[in-house]
Design a protein around this ligand. Structure first.
Ligand code: DC
Length: 225
């Protein structure tokens, strides 16, 4: 049976990675977290203390970084040049600036090539901001996952709290809103719902509810699950 290519886009904190990971597991597909790739580049840029406006220096970093996304003991591990940065890329200092790095043309061009290679053989669930619109415009199923800003901020706040990272909820809400704005208004591949994407609002929908709806849509697209 044909292995599908599933694109899940949406703003920060809508539950994309949780939902995408479960869908991938249920289907036996590969999950690709493109946000983690932009975060890995951002982390690497931060290590070099490079100005985001210095396109040459950023280009050098992007052309030498080797990003690894793999499952270790059931958890996604992210590496940059073999260094495990799984925890580091989720830190608030990375979240605060990742959109600034993700809007740079040199960064997006490199990630686009990589992401297309990763999805080449199908059987993938890829989540991000521009997957259905730019990276995989021919995806078999496109989902635009969203939720209210209040709910998204609360989710991130709980997620960080579980890891012992305490942040102010209002400040977090402002940061997410500002990130949404940068992601939506950038010149290259902005965050926007693809015309043929299905909108799923998870404000009042559980993770399991969202997963089941996506699996149902997969079945509709010709893959029995
Ligand atoms: O999904 P996330 O919060 O981990 O993503 C981090 C940032 O990366 C997000 O603010 C925008 C950027 N991003 C992007 O521009 N394009 C993608 N396909 C995925 C993420």
């Amino acid at each position: 049976m044909k292995k599908l290519i599933i694109a899940i886009d949406g703003p920060a904190g809508a539950g994309k990675s949780t939902v995408a990971q479960i869908v991938a597991q249920r289907l036996g597909y590969t999950y690709i977290d493109t946000g983690a790739m932009y975060r890995a580049v951002t982390w690497q840029v931060m290590q070099h203390d490079v100005d985001f406006g210095d396109a040459d220096a950023i280009q050098k970093i992007v052309s030498t970084i080797q990003i690894g996304l793999r499952y270790v003991n059931g958890k996604m591990q992210v590496t940059a040049n073999q260094v495990d940065i799984t925890e580091e890329i989720r830190l608030p200092e990375v979240s605060r600036v990742v959109s600034e790095v993700a809007k740079l043309v040199v960064v997006r061009t490199a990630m686009l090539t990589l992401q297309r290679q990763m999805a080449q053989s199908g059987g993938v669930v890829m989540d991000g901001r521009d997957i259905g619109t730019h990276v995989l415009p021919n995806a078999d199923l496109k989902i635009f996952l969203t939720a209210s800003i209040d709910e998204r901020a609360r989710r991130r706040w709980r997620e960080l709290g579980d890891k012992g990272v305490l942040v102010d909820l209002n400040a977090l809400q402002e940061e997410i809103a500002s990130r949404d704005k940068t992601d939506s208004e950038r010149a290259v591949a902005p965050l926007v719902q693809a015309k043929d994407a299905i909108l799923l609002d998870t404000t009042k929908l559980s993770i399991e509810g969202a997963v089941n709806e996506i699996l149902r849509l997969c079945e509709e697209r010709g893959r029995s699950v």
